[in-house]
Every structure is written in C-alpha cells, then in structure tokens.
Design a protein around this ligand. Structure first.
Ligand code: DGL
Length: 287
C-alpha cells in the first residue's frame, strides 16, 4: 500500500445513488473531523438488478474517480457493490477499501443469537450469498434467510418513505421472515432473530420496518443497520493505519453522474442535514 496517504486527505465514499448518504451520515457522526468526497452514480442506478460483471465495471469507474481526487481510503457505501466487487477493488486500487457487508453481518450474528438472520437487500446482494458467507464467518450457528426487496429502492429514490404504499410493500417483504398467517388476531411465528437492513436505502424505512415486525410477530425483533456498523469499522481501520484526521474539518463534497438538482432535493433526507451544493461529473470508462 502506498505511503503517500495523508491523515488530512478526505475519505472517498460511493454508492449507486442516494442510499450511501446514510453511511456518510453515520461516518460524520462517528468521525466529525473527516472530510468526505461522496459520489452517487445516479445515472446508472439501480445496481441491484444488474449482473456482477456490470456492477464490478461501474464500481471500478467510481473508485478511480475518487482515487484521482486524492482520497486516503474508499468506503463502498453500497451493499450490492460490497457483495461482488470488494476483492477486485482491493486488487486494482492502491488504497484501503472497506465495505458494508462484514460490519453488518458481525452485528447481526450477535443480535440474532441462535436464530437465523433475516436479510433484506437488492436482488444482486441476496443472489450473491455475501451475507450468508459473512454471517457464517462470524458464527457457526446462524443461517441466513434472504429477501430481495427491490421496490424499496425505487420508493426511497422517489423520497416516498412514509404512508400506506411503503407500509404495504414492507409488510409483504417481511412476511418471508414469518411462519403461516393464523388470522388477524394472532401473531405469526418469527423465523429470524434479527433483520439486517442489507441495502443502504433501507434505513429510511427503519421505523416502518420496526412497526411492521411488531405487528406481524407480536413482539419486537432487532433491526441491524449496517451504516452505523460500517462507521465503527471505518474508525477502527483509520485508527489502525494512523489515518484519522487530527484537525477539525468535516467538509462534504457531493458528486453525482446525473441530475444534481433533483439529487440535492431528496439527498438531505438521507443525510439528515442540508446539502448545499452537488456537482455533476463524467466518469471515465473503466477501460
Ligand atoms: N445502494 C444499493 C445497495 O445498497 C441499492 C440501490 C441499487 O440497487 O443500486 O445495495
């Protein structure tokens, strides 16, 4: 690994669109000194319905754009990319690269105890089996029940995160984690000990998901947000490499590949803070 990395350099964070800003939010809370360059590849969102080869190609162009801007490390704030492209990115880039799957799986294995882990994610994340492997590496007991939930990505990109439509969609997807329906008056048996928000768009539905889990099963089931766990991991790896910024700063540059104005309008909801400027960039082809 190159020794040109400076603690004062920004962190590079990318996602296919808006969702990775939930990870940025968690990183800013944990590491307020860090400057961040965020790239949302919204011209090509969603990644979650595409083949692993295409996702890897897209991930490489995003990472190279951030590397060219002098970042000290790359945080892949997308479960779909983390599922299929992390090893390739580590091999191709002369930078530390961290993802969102392992931190989430570690927290899930603890939260679930002996019971299976429920994971909601994109079709690509679930099909990759990345959570199944990551949870197995943490615990010999926990199996994974995966549920693709692609409609939630579209609803989040629309900013449509409350009300009857997302509630019904959430309920339908969560049903996969319960035994048979026994009528309205009776809770259903939970097949899982926790539910992982295995997509960076899903923390926006957290309250809705917790409420529907309670309604379906008659008791609370822990929900694991990989964004928070990822921020904890990022802090640990910066610390271990002596790359934490010692100076107060905390600037955020937001780059997108399409429609900066509409991105800025919805983005503040993912970030939990106002976004003042968003710039459009053209990514170089991965060659
Ligand atoms: N950010 C992606 C993820 O976490 C979801 C959006 C997409 O499908 O591109 O998997």
């Amino acid at each position: 690994m190159t020794d040109r990395l400076r603690p004062e350099a920004p962190l590079g964070v990318f996602d296919s669109g808006l969702g990775g800003l939930t990870v940025v939010r968690a990183i800013r809370e944990a590491l307020p000194n860090e400057d961040i360059v965020y790239l949302g590849d919204n011209a090509r969102v969603p990644y979650g319905t595409r083949s692993p080869d295409t996702v890897m190609k897209y991930a490489l162009t995003c990472s190279r754009e951030l590397a060219d801007r002098g970042v000290k490390a790359i945080v892949v704030a997308c479960n779909t990319v983390s599922s299929v492209a992390l090893e390739m990115l580590r091999a191709e880039l002369d930078l530390p690269v961290s993802g969102v799957i392992v931190p989430g799986a570690r927290a899930a294995a603890i939260a679930s105890g002996e019971a299976p882990v429920g994971v909601m994610g994109t079709a690509g994340t679930i099909a990759s089996g990345a959570y199944t492997r990551a949870v197995a590496a943490q615990s010999s007991r926990s199996e994974v029940i995966g549920q693709p939930a692609p409609l939630l990505v579209a609803l989040a990109e629309e900013g449509w995160t409350t009300g009857d439509v997302p509630r019904l969609v959430v309920r339908r997807y969560l049903s996969a984690f319960f035994g048979p329906d026994r009528g309205v008056a009776f809770p259903r048996d939970a097949k899982v000990g926790c539910v992982v928000l295995g997509c960076t768009h899903f923390p926006l539905f957290r309250e809705l998901i917790e409420q529907e889990l309670l309604d379906l099963g008659g008791r609370g089931i822990p929900v694991v947000d990989s964004a928070v766990q990822t921020a904890i991991d990022v802090e640990a790896f910066l610390e271990a490499r002596r790359l934490k910024n010692p100076h107060p700063s905390g600037k955020l540059d937001v780059l997108v590949t399409d429609m900066p104005k509409s991105f800025a309008e919805v983005a503040s909801r993912f970030l939990g803070d106002a976004i003042t400027s968003v710039h459009q960039v053209d990514l170089k082809s991965s060659g």
